[in-house]
Design a protein around this ligand. Structure first.
Ligand code: MRU
Length: 364
């Protein structure tokens, strides 16, 4: 079962179309105003789709890169290393991308070039299927956490108030999502929910994508400006924070969309539990210090200096926010130290964010 239906049709966020021998994606830069499927025919198309964030979200870009590698090898069976380099270079922070490329290389390296395209396609499709299973399992593991929090709430007539940042949903993975998978499973279990959705400037993944997903799924939600969470927590209006991760270190530091750290600080100050839902593929077992070792993507300042949306006539427009001479810094991610994380929700269970628990996860 897919987590989200779009007008009655269950979709994945990426799939292979055998008839056109192309990869299909939902163009996420057009949501929530237009739902459009885009066909990608070459590795250059895939590099562009990842770079411009038509596909985004850590697990999804890993799978997208695997499909991109297939498109490249189909067109030129000798192109493996060049294609992997260009796909890896698209976005530096999420570890799933290089993880997927390393896993693909392990499968492809022993094969002769003529056998590689078919093997690469098989690998990408398997990776997509595994991602769906993994994300569904994350939802099931996290659902138990929410159930406990729900039962511990004094007022059983009020919904469980969850605050989330960015989009860690179906659109950020192949299906189900990570943090939002937990909500979808909790909804199926009958836990009443209300979600505070951070708008997540500058790209507005919360406003554009998370609210859209939650609306489609019928989960009550309220969009808030990014700086609102601390106030809501002080007022007792947030029962739990639940976010995804783009890279988690072997010590439990969590790198996620810019602004996550400030929510974790506010959560700690207000004794609100702060959970991170992630597939094990998002753990970088090679590094310990997230602040020093995780490369933080810096994107074009124009994303901060402008904002897009629909005007009264329904036309999409981008408008400037600042004086033309203003320059902007655009840091895509930040690191939440392990000490601020209540626990990590993975497909294999719920673990404390520390070296010992994460070392056990490596063995699994
Ligand atoms: O820049 P994006 O939109 O790719 O960032 C996505 C996030 O930060 C998500 O929270 C993260 O990938 C985890 S989602 C499964």
């Amino acid at each position: 079962m897919a987590a989200v239906n779009v007008d009655g049709t269950p979709y994945r966020s990426i799939w292979y179309d055998i008839v056109s021998d192309s990869v299909q994606i939902i163009d996420q830069t057009l949501l929530p105003h237009h739902f459009e499927i885009k066909s990608l025919h070459s590795v250059a198309d895939m590099v562009e789709a990842i770079t411009t964030m038509q596909v985004r979200g850590a697990p999804l870009i890993g799978v997208a890169a695997a499909f991109g590698l297939y498109l490249s090898l189909r067109d030129d069976p000798q192109s493996k290393n060049k294609a992997m380099d260009s796909l890896r270079a698209t976005r530096p922070t999420a570890v799933n991308l290089s993880w997927a490329m390393a896993a693909a290389d392990k499968v492809l390296a022993p094969l002769r070039p003529s056998a590689q395209p078919e093997a690469a396609l098989r690998f990408a499709m398997q990776l997509a299927d595994e991602d769906v299973k993994t994300c569904e399992a994350i939802g099931e593991q996290g659902c138990e956490v929410l159930e406990k929090l729900w039962h511990s709430k004094a007022d059983q007539t009020a919904p469980l108030n969850v605050l989330t940042h960015c989009n860690a949903g179906w659109l950020a993975t192949v299906d189900w999502g990570t943090a939002l998978s937990v909500l979808y499973k909790a909804q199926l279990k009958g836990i009443p929910l209300h979600v505070w959705v951070d708008e997540t400037r500058p790209r507005n993944q919360g406003a554009f994508l998370t609210t859209w997903e939650l609306q489609k799924q019928g989960i009550p939600n309220t969009l808030i400006a990014d700086n609102t969470g601390g106030h809501l927590m002080q007022q007792g209006l947030v029962d739990v924070c639940l976010v995804g991760s783009d890279r988690t270190t072997a010590s439990g530091d969590v790198c996620n969309k810019i602004g996550t750290y400030l929510k974790a600080l506010a959560a700690a100050d207000n004794k609100v539990p702060f959970y991170v839902a992630l597939p094990i593929s998002t753990i970088d077992f090679e590094i310990h210090d997230g602040v020093k070792e995780i490369p933080i993507e810096q994107r074009d300042g124009s994303e901060v200096l402008s904002i897009s949306g629909l005007d009264e006539s329904g036309t999409r427009r981008t408008v400037s926010l600042a004086h033309p001479e203003v320059s902007a810094g655009n840091y895509g991610f930040d690191v939440t130290p392990a000490r601020l994380v209540t626990a990590l929700i993975t497909e294999k269970g719920v673990f404390t964010a520390d070296r010992e628990s994460i070392a056990c996860l490596k063995e699994r």
